[in-house]
Write a protein that binds this ligand. Structure first.
Ligand SMILES: [Zn+2]
Length: 174
């Protein structure tokens, strides 16, 4: 399972709700964790692997051995976000060499379904809230460059242009 890189249009496509809580879904989630650990990430959204479903996975430890920290969220909904926000540095597996400052709420309440379709409720803070919000954005077709501070965005400008050019070259070649 490969991770799509910016500006692949599937990163901006609409994501359908998960409706089949079956073995295929479980396999997709498993493959997403593998791709995430392999590339040193802490979260991954299904559109990043070309699956346009409202599905995200994360493990705040980033360690495959810490299974108890693995979360799979199907059809997540943001039911509360704190007015209080904080800037923090983020990266994204669809932008391997870019990091930047993004300001986000420090607390969120989330509802979602697990791999069996069972409802769950989560209250997340700080780093966990940041990971969730970053991945949740992916399900809305929003990328972290859309929320990056103007300074970070201008620092990344050259790299972003290189990524667009590289993507065009790979498209022309195929
Ligand atoms: Zn991302």
């Amino acid at each position: 399972m490969d991770i799509l890189l910016y500006p692949d249009p599937r990163l901006r496509a609409k994501n359908a709700p998960v409706t089949s809580f079956d073995a295929t879904l479980e396999q997709i989630a498993r493959d997403m964790f593998e791709a995430m650990y392999r590339t040193g990430g802490v979260g991954l959204a299904a559109p990043q692997v070309g699956v346009n479903l409202r599905l995200l996975v994360y493990n705040a430890s980033g360690k495959a051995a810490e299974k108890e920290q693995e979360h799979v969220l199907c059809n997540p909904k943001l039911v509360f976000k704190s007015r209080e926000q904080e800037p923090g540095e983020e990266g994204c597996l669809s932008f391997p060499d870019i990091r930047g400052q993004v300001t986000r709420p420090i607390k969120v309440k989330v509802t979602a379904q697990d791999l069996h379709g069972e409802p769950m409720e989560l209250e997340l803070e700080d780093w966990d809230a940041r990971i969730f919000l970053h991945e949740f954005d992916h399900l809305e077709g929003i990328l972290f460059i859309d929320r990056m501070s103007p300074v970070s965005k201008s620092q990344a400008k050259g790299q972003l242009q290189d990524m667009v050019e590289h993507y065009r070259e790979t498209q022309d070649a195929s």
